[in-house]
Design a protein around this ligand. Structure first.
Ligand SMILES: [Zn+2]
Ligand SMILES: [Zn+2]
Length: 193
């Protein structure tokens, strides 16, 4: 397979050198996401019903958690998520100080748990207390880069008001200033700050 220049066929799997592992795969309805050092590898659903949502978030929480200016995410139903290896090599950090969504029963903010590779620090997924049974994976950890162009292309973009000024946003994505509650409800999606 070629990965060079304009001849690149984005309908075929495209697995460029990105990190230390080289055993990622992409099939009809599942594919892999692997951390930078290769210790942790997930198999996730690349289609419904296991794939629930794809979105970009520009909130300030996502600035910090990505060490960048936005997060590109996809949400999966945990029943369809497998740890191919490295579950024991994940560590987690949770907080609720910056999470906007409130538990209507307790009045407290919901927690968000972040699961990282202990060795290389790649954030593999976030686990939202507000939406049990779902995990928020990171599009950038996916091994087949062709999926980012199509199946995992963000359908929504949220917190557009805090998008950094020199980025223009996701072409064709449904925009919202805060959480997109309607879409979230229908997708079973998650409310990150
Ligand atoms: Zn790693
Ligand atoms: Zn965010």
């Amino acid at each position: 397979m070629t990965t060079s220049g304009s001849a690149l066929d984005k309908s075929k799997p495209n697995m460029p050198l990105s990190g230390l592992s080289n055993d990622g795969y992409s099939k009809d309805d599942v594919a892999t996401a692997t951390c930078y050092c290769g210790a942790v590898q997930l198999e996730f659903p690349s289609e419904a019903p296991g794939l629930l949502d794809t979105f970009v978030c520009n909130c300030f929480d996502c600035y910090k958690i990505t060490a960048s200016m936005f997060a590109s995410n996809f949400i999966v139903d945990d029943h369809y998520l497998k740890h191919n290896r490295g579950k024991e090599n994940l560590t987690s950090f949770r907080q609720n100080h910056t999470i906007a969504r409130l538990n209507s029963t307790t009045g407290e903010r919901y927690h968000m748990t972040n699961c990282f590779c202990k060795t290389c620090g790649t954030l593999m997924y976030r686990v939202p207390e507000a939406f049990r049974g779902q995990s928020i994976l990171r599009i950038g950890t996916v091994d087949d880069f062709s999926l980012m162009e199509k199946k995992l292309k963000p359908k929504r973009e949220q917190f557009v008001n805090s998008r950094i000024g020199w980025l223009k946003g996701v072409e064709g994505a449904k925009k919202s200033e805060r959480l997109d509650e309607d879409t979230l409800a229908s997708a079973g999606g998650v409310g990150v700050q």
